[in-house]
Design a protein around this ligand. Structure first.
Ligand SMILES: [Zn+2]
Length: 332
């Protein structure tokens, strides 16, 4: 299926984009010290942020300090940037059978655990080469069961219930190899929490042209399009970055791909920050490039400028949950 719409807010390279590019270039060349802050004409005032990382696999195989620096940067910036939650869309490691890579991943994510930054992860195809044995050992239910926001099924999938600034989210994580029963389970979760903004985190969904990849089309047809509260789909797996803006009836939802695994040094520590601007009902998705623990640059990533995704108005009134969390069945 082709895109219903192409990239939203596509604009030509502005003078500011050029300036930022030149600053980054000079930073790279001169090893200048210090962060670059956003100063573009894009809205930079926001109420809170979510961080989105994915496909960290090559860091763990070759550059584990980059991953460690990424989570350390999140911790260092969580006050200033109002970071409330972190999403990882899979391929945590490159080789699922390599215990050393999982230990490095554990070290990096423990940086978040140590200061109680909530996060969710899912398993990608590289995490499942051993049947998710190590994934479950390091990032399975026992790691998260102390977290009140975490709710697992028995198949490497889970959902998180998060509230930030009065906005309620249900974030469903489906690990690689999603069958129809898992789509049904996820659909049930989104329906149960229909008064929350829904985010679907999967590993493989669209490619860098915006076309559905893997079983992305099934996911869209069975899960994303029919559930009216699903507002955002996040995926990795395919190197590239893309934004699809889609409509189902009067509702708009967004499909985002972000994956920098094939860049130099395992991806250069790129991660995306979703800045929620409640005044304008808009989320600005910005891309940051990491240099070291405290040095990052806002960049216009590969082919995209800042992505703007508009939040559904109706979801802004927080309402109490209608159904008890225990309603959801645990699948065997
Ligand atoms: Zn993958």
């Amino acid at each position: 299926m082709k895109n219903m719409k192409g990239t939203a807010h596509h604009h030509k390279i502005s003078a500011m984009d050029f300036l930022i590019a030149m600053i980054i270039l000079s930073l790279t060349k001169s090893q200048m010290i210090g962060p670059i802050t956003a100063s573009s004409s894009e809205q930079t005032v926001y109420d809170f942020s979510l961080v989105w990382m994915t496909d960290t696999q090559h860091y763990l195989a070759h550059y584990p300090s980059t991953y460690y620096n990424m989570t350390s940067w999140i911790v260092n910036k969580r006050g200033e940037m109002k970071i409330q939650y972190v999403i990882h869309t899979g391929d945590i490691v490159d080789t699922a059978t390599d215990d050393h890579q999982w230990k490095n991943a554990n070290d990096s994510m423990s940086v978040l655990d140590n200061v109680n930054v909530p996060y969710g992860v899912l398993g990608g195809n590289h995490d499942e080469q051993d049947g998710f044995q190590n994934f479950n050992k390091y990032f399975g239910a026992q790691r998260f069961q102390v977290r009140t926001y975490y709710h697992a099924d028995n198949d490497g999938n889970h959902y998180d219930l998060i509230t930030s600034n009065g906005v309620n989210f249900v974030i469903v994580y489906l690990s690689y190899g999603i069958d129809s029963s898992e789509r049904t389970w996820a659909s049930e979760v989104f329906r149960t929490y229909g008064d929350r903004i829904g985010i679907l985190a999967v590993h493989n969904y669209i490619n860098s042209s915006g076309n559905y990849a893997g079983n992305g089309s099934d996911l869209n047809n069975d899960l994303v399009a029919p559930n009216r509260n699903v507002w955002l789909v996040l995926c990795g797996h395919v190197h590239g970055a893309h934004l699809n803006v889609r409509n189902a009836g009067s509702r708009t939802y967004y499909e985002l791909l972000s994956d920098y695994q094939d860049l130099k040094n395992g991806g250069k520590g790129y991660q995306k920050i979703l800045n929620f601007d409640m005044t304008h009902n808009t989320v600005h998705v910005r891309t940051y490039l990491l240099y070291s623990t405290n040095m990052v640059a806002l960049v216009t990533n590969m082919t995209n400028s800042i992505w703007n995704c508009h939040l559904p108005q109706v979801q802004f009134q927080p309402s109490p949950l209608k159904i008890e969390p225990t309603y959801l069945p645990i699948r065997s």
